[in-house]
Design a protein around this ligand. Structure first.
Ligand SMILES: Nc1ncnc2c1ncn2[C@@H]1O[C@H](COP(=O)(O)OP(=O)(O)OP(=O)(O)O)[C@@H](O)[C@H]1O
Length: 257
């Protein structure tokens, strides 16, 4: 089943100099798929996430998420749509510093007036799932980067969104914490049929996904599917990246897998 349909999406930034950041980009994402989006700096990856999450408006084309075009919703319905259907995971975690891990986890449910007993049981389940039970009462400045990102993933998942959007989720983590986060995202997509679109510069991170979509100058460049060992998939990703070119700094996050 197709969960996300990107149909001939174009984004032109108007200004002193107009810039075509995305040009008639089309692709689909299946329910339960873990998709990486890669491309050189400036190729339009963040623009694409901003359009899918409706932070920014389209110039032309259509975006359908779970059968709805969020760009056509009125502001109230759009706020509900974003709160209920989407989950966000960012590079810098975006946790609220004055709240505990538990309060950060529960935040999307509080905003949605979920009954207290249900909140409590969902938080406990999520904490167990993400190995956060022992730090529920700590604040973000008292936990590690890996724990902070697992908390952010828990917060993104707790309201069971149709789609999770992740922007460089391992960008601030060391290799062990990155591996934990990527294994977690991969397990969530398999076990809970969560659909994940992850923008990354890191070929190791991308090798945990089911598919990598490459864009260049705002257009589709290539896509490859994982059908064998992660190590082999990683090599294939490196091969496409070398064809893509771009700035060597784009691969600065590269580590040995
Ligand atoms: N608000 C804006 N106004 C004008 N141009 C913009 C704006 N936002 C982005 N751009 C331009 O659009 C192009 C795509 O930017 P985008 O941030 O989507 O690239 P990216 O692939 O995410 O890059 P990076 O990997 O460096 O984060 C770039 O050339 C950028 O300069």
């Amino acid at each position: 089943m197709t969960l996300v349909k990107i149909d001939e999406v174009t984004k032109v930034y108007e200004g002193k100099v107009t810039h075509r950041a995305l040009n008639q980009l089309s692709f689909e994402v299946e329910k339960g798929e873990f998709l990486a989006v890669m491309g050189p700096s400036g190729s339009g990856k963040t623009t694409l996430l901003n359009l899918i999450s409706t932070i920014d408006s389209l110039t032309s084309g259509d975006i359908l998420i779970d059968g709805t075009n969020p760009h056509l919703l009125d502001p109230n319905d759009l706020a509900l749509f974003r709160r209920r259907k989407l989950g966000f995971v960012f590079q810098d975690f975006n946790l609220l510093q004055m709240l505990t891990v538990e309060e950060n986890l529960v935040l999307p449910l509080t905003l949605d007036y979920v009954p207290t007993h249900e909140m409590a049981s969902r938080v406990l389940d999520m904490a167990k799932r993400l190995n956060l039970t022992s730090i529920l009462h700590k604040r973000p400045n008292e936990i590690s980067g890996g724990e902070a990102q697992r908390t952010a993933i828990g917060r993104a998942l707790i309201h069971k969104p149709a789609l999770i959007l992740a922007d460089e989720p391992t960008g601030n983590l060391d290799s062990k914490a990155s591996r934990d986060v990527l294994e977690l995202l991969s397990a969530i997509s398999v076990e809970e049929k969560a659909t994940i679109i992850m923008v990354t510069h890191d070929p190791i991170a991308a090798s945990y996904c089911d598919r990598v979509l490459f864009i260049k100058d705002g257009e589709f460049f290539n896509e490859i599917y994982r059908d064998d060992r992660r190590q082999t998939f990683y090599q294939k990703i490196l091969n496409v990246l070398s064809l893509l070119g771009g700035n060597v700094n784009d691969l600065s996050a590269t580590r040995l897998p």
